[in-house]
Structures are given as structure tokens and as C-alpha cells.
Design a protein around this ligand. Sequence first.
Ligand code: TRP
Length: 464
Amino acid sequence: MHLNQKGTDKKQHALFATKIGAIAATVGSAVGLGNIWRFPYEAGAHGGGAFMLLYVFFIIVLGVPVLCAEFTLGKSTRQGIFGAFRTFKPKSKWPMVGYLGVIATVLVMAFYSVVSGWTLEYLMQSVAGTTGGMNETELSSLFNEFTSGWRPVMWTMMFLLINYFVIRRGVQKGIEKISSIMTPLLFVLILAFCINSLQLPKAGEGLEFLFHPDFSKLTPAVIIGALGQAFFSLSLGFGGMLTYASYFSDNTDIVKNSNITAISDVIIAVMSGLLIFPAVFSFGFSPSGGPRLVFEVLPAIFTQMAGGRVWASLFFFMLFLASLTSTISLCEIIVAFLTEKTVMKRGKASAISISVIAGLSVLCAFSFSVFKKYSVPGIGQLDFFNWFDYISSNILLPLVGVLICVFVGWVIDKKILKNMLAVSESGKEHSKFRQVVNQGIRFCIRFVAPVLIALIFIINLVGI
Ligand code: TRP
């Protein structure tokens, strides 16, 4: 990320921050395991086409507007989530919304770092060449064996330790630089693998599954699942996007930024679907495999490619790096909260954050073995891993999103949102079309988002 540093060449920095830095930061936050790992398995578990259509619909009518609302708060106050609310309503309960964002972040970190740990295991397996030549049954039992042992915990701890050293020393910049080169490369790799997948014998079935919506499969679970995926994938409801916006320069066009972020997010998610589902059907996997889906299917794809071992190693390395940049920014949200709210120094705050996450992540790592039968009462049959995911992605993030929309759309002066959306990089007035878009976004922030999300919560409560 390129902040508005006050350097000697101020002008150049500001320009860079506007055009590339701001977009790179928000797109970088949105694109991650959420697209490559979570989207395919959620779509697979929820019937494919109908889920995908809903996810895209939610990105448009909720994702972009909530993103604009977070950007408006961050950019107009130049503060993080607590400070932003405090600036407008100092003596109210509004800043408490920040706590929900922090809780969501801790819960997400707990299962996200377990999955990041899996990427390390599969990286090692790929480098060693053990997965090469394995068939579908062998790959499934490999995953079972791996997750029933202690290795997932070891990798998770290793991964969290890397996070600890990075955030403690504040050397994020270096990692971000590497990842800004790696992310476009990851994109190219996925594209190449997609083309390969589309030539598989049963590619047609995969496409049919992903693009042919079967509306009889549209249950409350599918609706809330797609809602959660849209929020998780766009990094909404954490307060992270809000904080990024506090570094935007004054003439950053937040609508343009939101659109680019949303479009990139959808493209990468759809591409992951195009990579995974043709293979799911061609190799005889079940699309509803859940969190393990991508980790079984990807090695199967690499196995039948020339030079598969190299491709697999490269891919899992990039996946690991992509998840590392995400978890570093997520940890940063928690560390910033602790150092702001207490007298703690950065080192101690980092140690405490990582320890709490480590404790919770053990519950998630063992959710596929010893803790499998410990379902959490109240929300169906969910283990810790899926429960943390459900509470954060499907409940907390949309809830924070609604609160931010209500605050920006109704509580503060309405002109603030209007003016923020109207900013153009050139300083000239926007086209007619864009003015209509802005009106649509304001309408969604004020009416559609609060009503629709409340409705989905109600349907879901009644539906369970
Ligand atoms: N959107 C990211 C993904 O799809 C995950 C994420 C959520 C994230 N919140 C974040 C990443 C905050 C960085 C910062 O994987």
C-alpha cells in the first residue's frame, strides 16, 4: 500500500496514491483465499448456479454500496473504525460497532490461519512430489490422514509465528511489495489452469453446474451463504476497508475504486470456479465437499498436467503468500485496536493477538478430527471451524455492514455521502450516467442494504 507519505516529492506521491496505490490496496485486500478456496466450496455446497448468481447480485446491490459507505467514513474522517464513529458521534454508542468488527476479525483469523497452514502442507507435498499420480480416492484419504493428525496444528502455529514476526517488526511493506508482484502472477496462473480445466472430459458438466441456476435449490441457507461470501470476499464489515480509505488522497474516486475492487473480486472468484468445477466432475469428486474441496481437487488437476509438480509447488506457494498478506492485514486490525484502546506497546499487542488467535485456531484445526463431533448447539451441526466462519461471515460482517450504512445514510449529514460519491479525479463534473449510478448507490446504502439484510436475517431465523 502506498500511503500519503509526506516525502519530498509530495505531488508524485499523491498522484501515485490516487491512481495505483489506493486501488492496489483495496483489490489486494479483497482477492485472497476467499475467492480461490472459499468461493468454490461454498458454491459447491450450495448448489452452484443459484449461489453464484446470488453472490454476484449481492456484490452489486450490497457489496459496492457498503464498500462506498466504508470508504466515505474512512476518507471523510481520516480515522479507523472507532475514530470514524467517534468523530461524528463522540458521546454515543456508535463506536461500539468497532468491537463487532474486531470480534469478526479474530474469528476469521482463527480458521483462515488453519487453511493457510494447509497451503503449507500441500506446498511441501507438492515440492516432494508425493501427490503426483494420486487418484481421487488417494487424494481424499491423504487429506483425511493429514487432518486427523497433529500436523495441521503445527503448520497453523508456524504460520501464525511468521505473522507474529512480521507484524511485531512492522515489516509489512516488504511482504506487500512481494505480493504486489505475485498477485498478478497468481492471476495469470489461474487463467492458464482454467484453460487446462476447460479441456477436461466432463468440463461441460462443471460449467452447467456453475452457470445454470437451479432455483429450486434456493433455500435460506443458500441466501445467507451468498450474503456472507460477498462480505467476506470484499473484506467488508471488518473496518479494514474503512481504514484503507483514510489513506486515500482527497481526489480519490471512491465509486471507481469500489467498482474496480468488486469486478476484480468477481472475476477471480468465477475463474476459480472455472478451474475447480470442470475438474470436480471429471475426476468424480463431490461438489459439496466443503472446506476440503479445493485441497483435494487442485492436486488432481496438477497430476494430469505436464510438469505438474512444478505447477503445484508454484501455485501453493502463491496461495500461501496470498493468505499471508491477508492475515497480516487482519492481524493489523486487532493490533491497531489493542494499541489504540490500551497502553500496550506494539510488541505486546502482537503477542497477545497471536496467542488468542492461536488458541482458537487449535479448535478449528482439530475440527476435522478429534473435535469433529463437538458441534456447537443452536446453529445446526456446525463444528468449531464452520461455526466461527458462520458467525463471522454470515452474521457479524453483514451486521456491521448494515450499521455502517445506517450511520452514513441516516445519522450523519446526508451531504457527506453525496459529496464523497461526487468526487472525480479530474475535478470535472461526472457524466449523467455516473450521476445516476451515484444515486443508485445512495439508494442502496439508505434503503436496500438495511432492508434486504434485515429480511435475510429474519428469513434465516424463521427458516432454521
Ligand atoms: N477478502 C479476503 C479474501 O477474500 C479476506 C479478508 C477479509 C481480508 N478481511 C480482510 C484480507 C482484511 C485482508 C484484510 O480472502
